[in-house]
Design a protein around this ligand. Structure first.
Ligand code: HEC
Length: 140
């Protein structure tokens, strides 16, 4: 899994900046697969900072009010493909995640398109911050 994170980080940096077509595709795929939990406008679930009755945290926003932009591309890709629990277990973080895995549901390219759409919603300084995180992630 650690190797997988490193590999996906490398793949993410090799990916060229998103073209307009990819952003359109990303927007559609986001609406179909992510919006139900993360909000139609990327705004997250109401009260996302507090655990629900089941003790699990609701889906955070993906816009600039959330923390998606604090993570590098490799992390975001792995989180979406393998689900929150697999990534957190791998990192040794004791947290129960309600973020499902999309492996077998979305292709790698489709996940990349969704992440490109999410990134496109951030102001330039957040994009720069997140690009730096991505670069740190893929450093040897
Ligand atoms: C069934 C509800 C649900 C769906 C559908 C869902 N998520 Fe999540 N997601 C969550 C929850 C709940 C969390 C917060 C718990 C956690 O962080 O593990 C989360 C967390 C995340 C995180 C980590 C936190 C962050 O902002 O960095 C990412 C990235 C993410 N989701 C991406 C996606 C993407 C992309 C899609 C669509 C392909 C998606 N999610 C669909 C429920 C969902």
């Amino acid at each position: 899994m650690r190797n997988l994170l490193a590999l996906t980080a490398t793949l993410a940096t090799l990916t060229a900046p998103a073209a307009a077509d990819d952003l359109m595709l990303g927007r559609e795929l986001y609406a179909d697969h992510c919006a139900a939990c993360h909000g139609a406008q990327l705004e997250g679930a109401p009260d996302w900072q507090r655990p629900g009755p089941d003790g699990l945290f609701p889906a955070p926003p993906h816009d600039e009010t959330g923390h998606t932009w604090h993570h590098g591309d490799g992390f975001l890709f792995a989180y979406t493909k393998h689900g929150g629990q697999a990534v957190l277990d791998d990192l040794g973080v004791a947290f129960t995640s309600a973020m499902p895995a999309f492996d077998g549901i979305l292709s790698d390219d489709e996940i990349e398109a969704i992440l490109a759409f999410i990134r496109s919603s951030w102001p330039p300084e957040m994009r720069a911050f997140q690009e730096a995180r991505t670069a740190q992630e893929s450093a040897p």
